[in-house]
Design a protein around this ligand. Sequence first.
Ligand code: ATP
Length: 720
Amino acid sequence: MSETFFNRMSTETGIELNGAQKQAVLHTEGPLLLLASPGSGKTTTLNMKIAYLLFEKKVAPERIMAVTFSKASARDMSRRFDDYFSGWSSVKVPFSTIHSFAYKVVREFMRKENIPYQLIEGGGQKGRMPGGLPLQKTFILKKVYEDVNGTQATEEEMEDLMSYISLVKNRMLEGRELERVPCQAKAASEVFQAYESFKQSEAEVTLLDFDDMLTFCHEILRENPDVLSVYQQQFDYVLTDESQDNSIVQHEIVEMLAAPSNNLCLVADDDQSIFGWRGAEVDKLLRFQETYPEATVLTMTENYRSSEEIVHVANRFIKRNIDRYEKEMTTPNGSMQDVEIHAFQNDEKQLDYVVQQIQEKSKEETAVLYRNHASVIPLVDQLDRAGIDFYMKDSEAKFFRHWIVEDVLNFLRFSYNDSRIDILERIHTKFNAYISKKQMDLLKGRNTKRSLFDQLLQLDVQEYQKKSIPKVKQTFHDINNMRPDEAIVTIREKLGYDRVLRKMVDKFGFRADQLFGTLDVLIRIAESCDSLKDFAFRLKELEEIVKNAHVRESSLTLTTFHSAKGLEFDAVYMIDLVDGIIPSNDDIEDYRDGEREAMEEAARLFYVGMTRARVRLELLTYHYLGKERVKESTFLHNVRTIAGSTKKTNHREVASRVDTSALEGMDPGTKVVHQAFGRGTVMEYKEGLIVIHFEEAGYKELLLETCVERGLLSKEKQEA
Ligand SMILES: Nc1ncnc2c1ncn2[C@@H]1O[C@H](COP(=O)(O)OP(=O)(O)OP(=O)(O)O)[C@@H](O)[C@H]1O
């Protein structure tokens, strides 16, 4: 009977399921973990499974709970389902997110219990805080931060606090555990507790943020067996896609809901878990059989998406990670073209290359992938100037509102007219005229249209100011006649803005790479502008372009690695592959301190990126970012090693001088034994150094030559 179904499915959809996929479709009763590699048809199989339940087992659609990761993936899933089956039936499957289910539970419960509540995220908030500000999450957080610390939170601290709160709630942490979660914001755990008590007691109604949906829903279901039972009886089958990105609280909601029949199907790829920073808990998957001893675990490792070359490189690459289910990804697709690696002199040359490639190969469905939002702005600028249309998956205009951008614009405004006290007020502490608060107050009282520098000199100024103020005045005057890129460099170097920023980094814990990165991006944009006015205008224009880029139709997609999840393209360019960006400096530091979690997540992000490509995968790096010398990404180095060893060229310059036979295939992920340190896994091989994580001795960087010469290191023998 099922063969008839599969035959019909293949005629209707053009997809002939493989053995593992069919097995996954047919396994409907009891817990199932479907662990699968990228492009192995997870989403496809999940759709087919739902079709099987509906059309073959005649399950009513409302008795299936099909959960996706985000609203966007719920839409994608629904569209794919319609593409496959709209000719078959007009049934609509209610795909939803855990969040929307949780909100429904909370809503119904609060209504029934007559508990008034209000959301503090997502717009449309009613009510005011003491002081008149709207009852919104950010305002509340700013207020409680100030109450706890006596100072205002910086933008970075706010961002970090938001992630911290999300993580704490998604992992359901309490008490001392709160202090163990790293957060750059001062006294984060106290701020969190103050925030929680504000929400519960300050307003007339209970205030809820988005994460509260999950924790409240969890609590309601756990503490009210009658309520839980009502929801359990609504669904016969629970299926979740992208389960590697579910947090503990989300996993537990799903588990409660699927009980007692446990007709639960989790579709996941532990190697694509990239949301650990907001509480995703891959460990839950790794322990699935502990939770459900009767569970079936199926793996699907045949990648239908990518070429042989891409699959080979990605498969070898991800083995550098230790915390994972071991799988071997293969592909029925043939050989197409090598994975290309290009190293440019600087980021500007990389940009030129990408734009030129896109122009030449405009027919291909292409994506440019990057880690940070800011790094794509210069590309947006160049593409727009070249008249190339693009779509941005997660268009983010926040860059243009960053205080660094505001500062630079204010410097430029002041260079036009140095009598504007309102502008000097905002920047007087940020350049080297050393204007004190008292002097500012005196200036404010004067109210004339003359140069504020001239007026300052009439006040009681310090000896050093007598020299510095005329110089600064002249520099501002010069800036007004400069090209905009030159003007920004002058602000940074001659007016001392860089120095001020460095001090702020030390004092307030800002991230230096972000601040200076923002300035570098501004310089890139300024380079194509003729005047300061042009530059200011162009920034506004770019902000609009970015804001509108998520609605355009185009064969070119610009997206962060994170948002590329689940997508596929003919050609993929991964840009800015340098240490400090991917992996980030924090990832590298943690790793050197013996904590591999962040580094492994960064590697997964890199892996998600590579596995989006069907045919052409280009990995791009450079030697200089602006003026700063940078190192190519460790991950790119891994790929070079893998690609090199595939071609049988000897890429191991050091090893070639010694007996290399012991090292054949010692790529990241290889299990080794060291005479002194015991068993371990190769993490990295770079410039003669091999980094190994030993089970007992932890991380070691060893000189490969020495290890080989002395016969200290060998590959672990595979068990027969
Ligand atoms: N049995 C099959 N035969 C041919 N093509 C298939 C088969 N299964 C899936 N595909 C195709 O392979 C591609 C990848 O499938 P899908 O997007 O479902 O994979 P996935 O596992 O969800 O990927 P990822 O986790 O990387 O997002 C799609 O183009 C899909 O149509």
